[in-house]
Design a protein around this ligand. Structure first.
Ligand code: DGJ
Length: 731
């Protein structure tokens, strides 16, 4: 049993393999948070950790009478009240019919369900036969109105994961306005904490940042309509000394692809409150009596073994309980994408010759990127007209795909469904389908406008068009791109007082379309993309088990991007390709071997004009594909270890779950004359098994490899790389 309830004291303890999360209802019905950390004995009630004192200027609710030590402003809470004397971050803000804004939630009832619960219309972790999950639902009622909130706690014991989400229920006879509807609040009572988050920009996503949590509020978020390149919707809190292998750390990962906030702040008693959810800016939602609003899910995880273990817990739960469908564990095909090979400048013959050469080298799928449809020879026109340009492609999409299939290749195709070009037949027919404000000229991003995905008729059109192309071409894969941020919020389909609902309804619409597409094409492999990693989040991973990690395929920049990405997301989720050098962005030349070694720690492919490679490079490709396949079980199903990331080099490794093999990749990023030797730490080996190292041929026990490490016989030069494997041996 992962959920333990003391019905007398109303104490709820959620137990995972090695963590505990505890809540308790106090004498006034407030749901307190008492503990989250390494496992405790579940019969122990930790509410005594909450020390009450009269703080001054922290007022008291009426039921506290003359007890000035009881204040909502100082208690650690699961669902903090709003507008009634807790001056810290709130989670749910209501505007009642009379204009008042108080929201004071008190415990009403509990319920346990023996499985993980889906969230209507939203992505969420799911249970399966091996691990169905368990759910605790706590219902709280707003003190002076009929609004109720159901707090959902899902438990995935094996992965040390607890999920949180909330359902807000309208009641009574009048609508209530939701002004803020976050998913999760985590109160820490005394710990000094660091906050880790991941920031960046287009083509340089997810750089790790670490700051001490202080009294100044630190907030990350997005109001771009997507989770964004700029800040990823995941936060780690950890003890200041925490590193890869030591220290307490807690992760909060948002399963949502739209606007979000995550705010962390130390309070006057030095405790920290962290909240996460849909960004309250540009958000409001009208809840009629009897209606409900579901918040997206937050995946919480905790480790007292450092950041590496925390990441592995996220990788496991994402791979097992978020990614779905035929491609969850199936080996993903090695692909060639024509985008960086041709950009818009291609025709049938160019694609077929790229395919022919790729097939000859052992590449398994050709992805036809942007430019195959409508009038689309540049980025100013054509989006929305999802009909093949037969003149450019020399015939129908079915004919082209059949020729590629005939070469033994799978066929993948690019769409950017959520967009519309003003110069398109679709826009000429339906100018009101674009999001823009009547009477104002719209702002453009990459010369294009955004479709109002909240509207069903638009989604129906897209599903029809995409399905027709997929059916005709028998496509195996779709790259689902999204190339601008959203602004000029207005939907002609929403009444004025509901205009604050558009951002969220947009996301619900995107998810609904993705779901319908996958139901119609259950074997389709989807790759998410938003100008690379602008929507690299757990929400999209529910639909697309891989996402193009970044438009920057420079192997050296990718070290940092893939490193930052790895804190929450598994390698199987990261689309990573070998691209041409020098890249036009950073103008750097990196050997083909290094480009491949970095990309194969991802969902692997090539994205360059093969006809321009020299003979030696071409000859390497079959071996690279073979190595990727040899290591696939390690990279895509194994445990991942960040080993080293400094100015000189980057190294990471994988170990098989059954500990029969492991691998390490190392890339030198800064060479020196008279180089110093390189010593690599190794992780994930069974201390009592013996392993042979592919580089040195040496055999040692896992214990010796882990404790003594590996000395590279020769220090690699600038931008050189090595992939070293360790196989268990009986020798
Ligand atoms: C942005 C993507 O990230 C690229 O890979 C490519 O598909 C272009 N869009 C095409 O317009």
């Amino acid at each position: 049993m992962a959920i333990l309830i003391n019905e007398q004291t109303l104490t709820f303890t959620l137990q995972t393999r090695s963590t505990s999360y505890q809540m308790a209802v106090d004498e006034h019905g407030v749901l307190l948070h008492t503990y989250y950390g390494a496992s405790i004995d579940p019969e122990d009630d930790l509410r005594e950790l909450i020390v009450r004192s009269d703080m001054g200027f922290s007022g008291n609710p009426p039921e506290a009478g003359s007890d000035r030590t009881y204040s909502l402003d100082t208690l650690p809470q699961e669902l903090p009240s709003s507008g009634v004397g807790d001056y810290r971050e709130d989670m749910i803000r209501l505007r009642h019919a009379d204009g008042s804004m108080a929201a004071d939630f008190r415990f009403e009832s509990w319920e346990v369900l023996p499985a993980a619960q889906p969230i209507p219309g939203l992505p969420a972790l799911y249970g399966d036969e091996q691990e169905p999950g368990e759910t605790l639902i706590l219902t709280l009622k707003e003190k002076a109105s009929s609004v109720k909130v159901k707090l959902y706690y899902g438990i995935f014991e094996k992965e040390n994961v607890i999920t949180r989400s909330a359902v807000i229920l309208g009641g009574g006879t009048a609508p209530v306005q939701l002004e803020k509807a976050l998913s999760c609040c985590l109160d820490f009572q005394h710990e000094e904490l660091d906050m880790i988050y991941f920031s960046g920009r287009h083509a340089m996503e997810r750089t790790l940042r670490r700051v001490p949590v202080g009294f100044a509020r630190t907030e990350i978020g997005s109001i771009r309509g997507t989770s964004s390149h700029q800040l990823n919707p995941g936060v780690i809190l950890c003890t200041p000394g925490a590193d890869e292998e030591h220290g307490l750390c807690w992760g909060m990962l948002f399963v949502y692809s739209g606007c979000f906030t995550a705010a962390v702040q130390k309070g006057q008693r030095c405790g920290t409150r962290a909240v996460m959810g849909i960004h309250p800016d540009w958000f409001s939602f009208t809840l009629e009596p009897g209606e409900q609003f579901c918040t997206p899910q937050v995946i919480l995880s905790c480790s007292d073994q450092g950041l590496g273990a925390l990441s592995r817990q996220y990788h496991d739960v994402i791979r097992e309980h978020l990614c779905r469908g035929a491609w969850k564990h199936a080996q993903r095909p090695v692909l060639i994408n024509n985008w960086e090979a041709t950009y818009f400048d291609f025709d049938e013959e160019k694609i077929l010759s790229l395919g022919r050469q790729a097939a000859g080298l052992g590449i398994e799928m050709l992805v036809l990127d942007d430019g195959w449809f409508g009038k689309r020879d540049g980025d100013t026109s054509g989006l929305g007209d999802w009909v093949v340009n037969e003149k450019k492609m020399g015939g129908s999409i079915g004919q082209l795909a059949a020729k590629l299939h005939g070469m033994g290749l799978k066929f993948g195709i690019w769409f950017e469904p959520e967009m519309i070009s003003e110069d398109s037949d679709l826009f000429r027919a339906h100018p009101d389908w674009a999001i823009r404000i009547p009477g104002r000229e719209p702002n453009r991003g990459r010369c294009q406008l955004v479709l109002d995905m909240s509207r069903k008729e638009i989604r129906d059109y897209l599903l029809d068009r995409i399905s027709a192309v997929l059916e005709e071409s028998q496509a195996d894969y779709v790259k689902w791109d999204m190339n601008r941020s959203v602004c000029d919020l207005y939907s002609s389909a929403l009444p004025a007082e509901r205009s604050g609902e558009l951002f969220h309804r947009y996301m619900l619409g995107v998810y609904e379309l993705l779901e319908r597409l996958l139901q119609r094409f259950p074997d389709l492999l989807l790759e998410g993309c938003s100008g690379g990693g602008g929507r690299f989040d757990a929400g999209m991973l529910y639909y697309s088990p891989q996402i193009w990690c970044s438009d920057n395929a420079d192997a050296i920049n990718r070290l940092q991007i893939q490193y930052g990405t790895s804190f929450f997301y598994p390698v199987s989720a990261m689309g990573a390709h070998v691209a041409v050098v020098p890249g036009f962005r950073e103008r750097r030349s990196v050997p083909l071997k290094t480009r491949a070694d970095v990309a194969m720690s991802g969902s692997f492919g090539y994205e360059l004009d093969l006809s321009k490679l020299d003979k030696e490079d071409l000859e390497q490709i079959p071996g690279q594909i073979a190595l990727f396949k040899q290591c696939y079980a390690l990279t895509h199903e194994g445990d991942y270890y960040r080993l080293c990331m400094n100015d000189r080099m980057s190294a990471w490794g994988f170990a098989a779950k059954d500990r029969t093999s492991a691998m390490v990749t190392v890339v030198m990023t800064e060479a020196e004359a008279n180089p110093l030797p390189v010593y690599l730490p190794l992780r994930g080996l069974d201390p009592d098994k013996r392993y042979r190292c592919s580089l040195t041929g040496t055999i040692r026990s896992g214990r010796s490899w882990e404790r003594a490490g590996l000395a590279l016989p020769q220090t690699p030069g600038q931008y050189e790389s090595l992939v070293i494997t360790f196989e268990q041996t009986e020798d």
